[in-house]
Design a binder for this molecule. Structure first.
Ligand SMILES: [Zn+2]
Ligand SMILES: [Zn+2]
Length: 260
């Protein structure tokens, strides 16, 4: 099993310098849950380099100004860490023999992805996660912020889906995540019917917790494993230097290895 989606800082905390100790503790927690390899995948928008490159993208969107202000504040709070330090620490962990690969979670920035590619190209990333947390300046899944949730009542769900960027090319894997068990939906992502379609089409998979703190690392790995077994999945996909390879699922996990 893998945990290929891990953050270093919760969203309600400013980024603090990252140390090898934190990554070592993540590895310990994962190993105890039967997870062999971790990818640290902090959000790109946590880093000052992202703010210099992308800051202000929210002004492109014709949207209620309150949402633009909210996004500007969100970035101001979040984009404080140094990407070079983050990558250096992950590299140090990897070179020290910890089962860690270097990643980043990268949102979709319409019209600006060439800039993102130029920023990230020189870094030694093993894996990049593509994600969509907002449409324009609207943070549609920020469930703790009423301003963001109220926006749903002004839009048609189908139109939101139409506006949602679609990804799909060979070499990309889909992620089976336990994070949904910690959210109002109360189930893994993706839902079973979609997972079954991925499996039927031979789309490779990673597994992940989307932890934002140490206690969540490898959260409910045994639950994810049950779902994989039931779906007939026999291997996962890992990455080195952005090149995929097959990873055996390993021996069955004990239910008590599930997190809180
Ligand atoms: Zn996050
Ligand atoms: Zn994430």
């Amino acid at each position: 099993m893998l945990d290929y989606h891990l953050h270093l800082w919760p969203h309600d905390r400013r980024a603090t310098p990252v140390h090898l100790d934190q990554l070592a503790l993540y590895c310990e927690k994962a190993a105890a849950a039967g997870v062999q390899e971790l990818a640290v995948t902090e959000h790109l928008f946590r880093f000052r380099q992202a703010e210099s490159l992308l800051g202000g993208f929210w002004d492109d969107d014709r949207i209620p100004p309150a949402l633009q202000v909210s996004m500007a504040e969100y970035w101001d709070f979040h984009a404080t860490a140094d990407l070079d330090e983050y990558v250096a620490c992950a590299l140090e962990a990897k070179e020290a023999g910890l089962p860690i690969v270097i990643g980043l979670e990268v949102d979709y920035y319409p019209g600006r992805m060439d800039d993102v590619t130029r920023l990230l190209g020189p870094y030694p990333f093993d894996v990049l996660l593509g994600s969509v947390h907002w449409l324009g300046a609207w943070r549609f899944d920020d469930v703790d912020v009423p301003l963001q949730m109220d926006e749903w009542s002004t839009r048609e769900v189908d139109a939101c889906w139409e506006a949602y960027p679609r990804a799909g090319s060979s070499g990309m894997a889909a992620e089976l995540s336990s994070a949904g068990w910690r959210k109002p939906v109360g189930e893994q992502y993706p839902a079973l019917p979609l997972l079954e379609r991925f499996v039927a089409r031979g789309v490779p998979l990673t597994t992940a917790s989307d932890a934002h703190r140490q206690e969540q690392v490898a959260d409910r790995a045994a639950g994810l494993r049950e779902i994989l077994d039931a779906a007939g999945v026999e291997s996962l996909q890992g990455y080195r230097n952005r090149v995929p390879h097959t990873v055996a699922l390993g021996s069955p996990l004990q239910p008590e290895s599930e997190g809180a």
